[in-house]
Design a protein around this ligand. Structure first.
Ligand SMILES: [Zn+2]
Ligand SMILES: [Zn+2]
Length: 300
């Protein structure tokens, strides 16, 4: 799983920062997390292929999280996209997209499947490689976070050893699942002789606009990487609460409570020209905090 940060600003474009958008790539497919203005431009700029984009998740109906969507949908159609696209978003977005397309008499070149987000938590996507689950966070309007889990690929085969023990390749799938192999001569090849421990499941939790709260902690416990918005520094704690946003210190406190490996910060208020202080403030509470910049990549 690879996360690329595109937009990292809140509300409006400022100081060369653009509103929220991230791309998560797993197994050759891309998931877009929020689609702020400039999303399509930033994808091109950072060499991310539209063809790989299969899922778009929109956390809530504030414009800085979806104003890039109509342009992106239209551009993909103009270039003749044929693969289906799955859009998970608050239900109101469906009629907005429909109005934009209908009023221009636009028929997309591909099937756009709209799936409204539920009130609570729900498993949205479940493939052999990964799953996406949404969960409610607390914002001024309904807003969801997303938990993306890359599933374990099972045990790792040691092909040379398999050949040494004369195991047919048709049996490799069972070996990866942990099975032993019984040869025709009755000799049992123990699984650990021909495999080693593989990469376990990997988890990324995306918590877009939210006030500081423990309420969604159960969904983000122990994830490898947590993205938690940090619109303000702690000096503006009161303003943050009033506007249902968080500070860098609060995001770090949540990361600490959730026992994650790494914290990514973003959604900076335009009042801050530079973002170095966000990282400093968060690291005082949680050492592996990163104030994300456009183009940053995180692999897990
Ligand atoms: Zn926002
Ligand atoms: Zn918002």
């Amino acid at each position: 799983m690879k996360i690329t940060i595109l937009g990292n600003n809140s509300a409006l474009p400022a100081h060369n920062r653009y509103p929220t958008c991230q791309i998560v790539e797993i197994n050759g497919q891309c998931i877009m997390l929020d689609c702020g203005e400039a999303a399509q431009v930033l994808m091109k700029k950072h060499g991310l292929s539209w063809n790989k984009l299969k899922y778009i998740f929109i956390s809530h109906m504030h414009g800085d999280h979806y104003f890039g969507l109509p342009g992106l949908l239209n551009s993909m159609s103009l270039l003749g996209r044929t693969e289906s696209l799955y859009l998970y978003a608050p239900k109101d977005l469906e009629s907005i997209v429909k109005l934009i397309l209908d009023s221009a008499d636009t028929v997309l070149s591909y099937a756009l499947h709209f799936i409204p987000l539920p009130k609570g938590a729900e498993l949205l996507v479940d493939t052999t490689a990964f799953s996406i689950t949404c969960f409610p966070v607390e914002h001024r309007i309904a807003c969801h976070g997303a938990l993306i889990i890359e599933k374990s690929k099972g045990r790792k085969l040691l092909p040379e050893r398999c050949r040494d023990y004369e195991i047919p390749s048709a049996y490799y799938k069972q070996l990866k699942a942990g099975a032993d192999y019984e040869r025709k001569d009755g000799f049992v090849v123990k699984n650990e002789l021909v495999t080693e421990e593989g990469k376990g499941e990997r988890k990324y939790a995306y918590c877009a606009d939210t006030i500081y709260t423990d309420s969604f902690l159960p969904y983000i416990l122990g994830v490898n990487i947590l993205y938690h918005e940090s619109t303000y520094l702690n000096a503006e704690q009161e303003k943050a609460a009033l506007r249902y946003h968080s500070t860098a210190e609060q995001a770090a406190t949540i990361a600490l409570k959730a026992g994650v490996e790494k914290l990514l910060l973003g959604h900076y208020s335009s009042k801050y020209k530079t973002i170095a202080e966000f990282e400093e403030e968060a690291r005082a509470v949680f050492a592996t905090s990163f104030a994300t910049k456009e183009g940053d990549c995180f692999e897990l």
